[in-house]
Design a protein around this ligand. Structure first.
Ligand code: F0G
Length: 442
């Protein structure tokens, strides 16, 4: 039976999965769901997971529940699924060239039912909420978590309450949450304020907390690693590159990989590489301190007034930093930061590969390019980068970039117009064939 365990080495208190708790009741530390993974035969499980790819059962078709031997226990009939996962691995030649490399693969989690990787964690989170008898769920969000939670709560017939920072989430994401029937609580503050408040309110109210501090969310998200490796016939890439915001996803991927090692599915870890926006870079700062001082026992210092146009990762005080750091240290990973200009250009290039993504996802390519240029990524490395959200999540950003009107206000309140270095052509002409031919040089 899986159980919850505090990650703090001097605590390690255990709790059963029927308790409605989000963090350790003894010391307040983050909790892991621990599985007795050694009890499985890897070869048999791989065969069974492959067979499920051809099944018509929702629990087998889901790219999360297909791996249910390593997930929280639940009756199949009670799973709340939208057949999430099953996201493609894309070869991205233009992006690879832009980064100065011969090869680059994207796993595009934006191809999930609500357009982001959050669906992987919400199918397990909402299923657990229902198992515990909750009939209302809540989260703070920069947009995607709320869109996803609202959808899965609606599927389960639950009430969804979302806490969002005032005026700082893209309309695409907000409109999803409204469409799926969520109650929207707009807070006069930033994401970190919303997070603090929702954690406080869910401590002693009927609302069940579904941010990634909830370990059942990360259980679903860890299947990113399982599915990616299943798609690659269990060939481990040298490096996995992922954006860092609240740091749940990098934590989840690391947990999945560590379980696979423990079970003997794989024999080494890929280097986990986390990229943050310069204006919202608390993990990058912590990593710099760890590198320069050689001690990994330091605490993350929150960034006050985090700022980036990649609103999904505009977060100064990430809740899962300890778990994320654990994955970085175990995998000999890296953290890099990228500028607004680098994000905007990288996003345009990913679009040219015909797949597109939202701004937060594009930090991956921007970061890879920077690490290649610095000689910190070797030319022959096999890299999988995780795209986290769909291009249509934030259409304003796209249109502004291609019109040459994308601007960014820094922490000091100074506005900078970004260069549209890879803008697509946008031609305004009269309704006249010869004018069009002339404009297109036909
Ligand atoms: N990319 C996208 C598109 C996101 O929406 C997020 C997080 C991240 C990357 C960062 O992932 O937080 O696990 O490190 N979005 C959250 C939200 C915070 O509320 O939707 P992380």
């Amino acid at each position: 039976m899986p159980f919850l365990q505090c990650i703090e080495s001097n605590c390690q208190a255990q709790f059963d999965t029927h308790s409605r708790i989000y963090t350790c009741e003894r010391c307040g530390g983050l909790l892991d769901l621990v599985h007795e993974v050694r009890a499985f035969d890897p070869e048999q499980l791989k065969r069974s997971w492959d067979q499920r790819l051809a099944s018509k059962e929702p629990a087998n078709q889901s790219g999360v529940w297909r791996f249910r031997e390593l997930l929280p226990e639940v009756d199949e009939a009670n799973i709340i699924t939208m057949i999430e996962g099953n996201t493609q691995l894309f070869d991205a030649p233009r992006s690879a060239e832009y980064a100065g490399r011969g090869q680059l693969t994207f796993k595009h989690l934006g191809m999930n039912p609500t357009g982001s990787f959050k669906d992987l964690g919400m199918t397990t989170g909402v299923t657990q909420a229902q198992k515990l008898g909750a009939n209302s769920v809540a989260c703070a969000s920069t947009g995607n978590t709320s869109a996803s939670m609202a959808a899965y709560a609606a599927r389960a017939g639950m009430k969804a309450v979302i806490f969002i920072p005032s005026g700082q989430i893209s309309l695409g994401k907000l409109s999803q949450a409204l469409d799926y029937g969520a109650t929207v609580v707009q807070i006069d503050g930033d994401f970190d304020d919303a997070m603090r408040l929702v954690r406080d309110i869910t401590k002693d109210s009927p609302l069940y907390l579904l941010n990634s501090v909830n370990p059942f969310r990360l259980e679903g998200q860890k299947t990113i690693a399982f599915e990616m490796l299943q798609q690659r016939d269990w060939q481990v890439p040298d490096r996995i590159v992922v954006p860092g915001g609240n740091l749940g996803n990098s934590s989840a991927i690391a947990k999945g990989l560590l379980e696979l090692i423990e079970m003997g599915f794989i024999d080494h870890l890929p280097q986990i590489t986390i990229i943050q926006a310069e204006g919202a870079n608390p993990l990058y700062q912590l990593w710099q301190r760890i590198q320069s001082e050689g001690s990994d026992t330091q605490a993350l210092q929150p960034v006050k007034g985090a700022t980036t146009l990649a609103t999904a990762i505009k977060i100064g005080n990430p809740v899962s930093w300890q778990k994320s750091l654990r994955g970085l240290l175990k995998s000999h990973g890296e953290v890099e930061q990228v500028s607004e200009q680098e994000i905007a250009d990288a996003k345009a290039i990913i679009g040219r590969d015909g797949i597109g993504c939202e701004p937060a996802s594009a930090v991956t390519l921007a970061g890879i390019r920077k690490l290649v240029a610095a000689g910190r990524i070797q030319p022959n490395e096999d890299i999988v980068a995780i795209l986290t959200g769909h291009v249509l999540k934030d259409p304003d950003y796209v249109v502004n970039y291609h019109r040459g009107e994308l601007s960014f206000t820094d922490k000091l309140g100074q506005k900078h117009l970004l260069s549209s270095n890879y803008a697509s052509q946008w031609i305004q002409v009269g309704a006249d064939r010869s004018e069009i031919e002339k404009a297109l040089s036909l």
